[in-house]
Design a protein around this ligand. Structure first.
Ligand SMILES: Cc1cc2nc3c(=O)[nH]c(=O)nc-3n(C[C@H](O)[C@H](O)[C@H](O)COP(=O)(O)OP(=O)(O)OC[C@H]3O[C@@H](n4cnc5c(N)ncnc54)[C@H](O)[C@@H]3O)c2cc1C
Length: 298
């Protein structure tokens, strides 16, 4: 049982009691967690992790909640939000950035200053840590292409620098995703000197494409499924006539069939039902096993 008084006494950062997870996720779905803590720094994070371990209390790290689906029943444990890890150091063309820093903000800031390399990230609404974990990407690039190294907190509470190779980036996955007890604290990203106007032109062009092709006017968590090798999940789903199909408040987007949107008061249960119906039909029709890119948190 979590003792809020005891948790607050640790004095490790902001504590929100009974946070409603729908307020901390881009899907706007999810019940209450017991508490949410934003540790002030790495030492505070370590104090918190040790405390939770000793008390056998579950925890979940979140960044910007843009890839997560929390249960309607909420989360029985503590949410750890790394929003205080938002440092940014720029040394010539090398950026060292905290895990809690917003990726879109970073992309735009660096691009506007004439640095090239993060253009792909200008429409990805995650945190740097969440993006390293997911190996977030777009337009044939991803974090694996640009991250040189990352500072990671290991399960024995030591801070280790992982090289790009050790981070083991592959399509929408990484060492961190395979080993969620490791926590990304910071990433180092070398960029290229480029032409500010050309970089911004590309970003603006892609922004228009995203607005036209993605349902950004609704809450969602981006693509629901990973693309199966050589195929597009969205195309398979569209071909089955799923665009506009609704279960409760969850609806397959009319703009892009690999997006499910919260069209109004969607529950996690609505999403689960819609996702499993799509998976069943795609398997039956195409013998393809779709895998979720989004993560259910129970
Ligand atoms: C409109 C929209 C468009 C999107 N477009 C794209 C796209 O083009 N490409 C793409 O790849 N994704 C896209 N996404 C999905 C999402 O933005 C990415 O997956 C992003 O990387 C998630 O980052 P986050 O900080 O929100 O992570 P969260 O959703 O908060 O967490 C995701 C996972 O990362 C873990 N995690 C978070 N921070 C850390 C950390 N510091 N250390 C260790 N683990 C951590 C969490 O525990 C969780 O398991 C889109 C989402 C939306 C809503």
């Amino acid at each position: 049982m979590l003792d809020i008084k005891e948790l607050k006494k640790l004095d490790i950062g902001k504590v929100v009691v009974s946070p409603l997870m729908k307020e901390y996720t881009t899907y706007k779905i999810g019940g209450k967690a017991d508490a949410m803590v934003s540790p002030k720094d790495t030492d505070s994070l370590i104090v918190l992790l040790k405390y939770l371990k000793e008390k056998q209390i579950a925890y979940k790290i979140i960044g910007n909640g843009s890839n997560l689906i929390f249960s309607d029943e909420g989360f029985d444990g503590v949410i750890i939000k790394l929003d205080a890890f938002d440092t940014l150091k720029i040394d010539k063309n090398v950026v060292t950035v905290g895990a809690g820093y917003n990726l879109m903000r970073l992309s735009l800031k660096m691009s506007r200053s004439g640095f090239s390399g993060l253009e792909f990230a200008s429409g990805i609404p995650g945190s740097v840590g969440g993006a390293v974990f997911m190996n977030a990407g777009a337009y044939k690039s991803d974090m694996g292409y640009v991250v040189k190294s990352a500072k990671v907190l290991t399960p024995d509470y030591t801070v280790k620098t992982f090289t790009n190779k050790e981070l083991d980036f592959h399509y929408r996955t990484s060492f961190l995703k395979q080993n969620p007890e490791y926590i990304c604290l910071e990433a180092t990203i070398p960029l290229f000197y480029g032409d500010k106007n050309e970089i911004m032109e590309l970003i603006n062009e892609r922004k228009v494409r995203r607005i036209t092709s993605q349902p950004l006017e609704y809450p969602s968590a981006g693509s629901v499924f990973r693309n199966p090798t050589g195929l597009f999940a969205g195309q398979l789903i569209e071909d089955l006539g799923y665009k506009g199909k609704k279960i409760g408040g969850a609806m397959v987007s009319l703009k892009h069939a690999n997006f499910i949107v919260n069209a109004g008061d969607a529950t996690c249960k609505d999403l689960e039902e819609l996702i499993s119906s799509i998976k069943k039909d795609v398997k039956e029709k195409y013998q393809v096993e779709l895998k979720e890119e989004q993560e259910f948190v129970k």
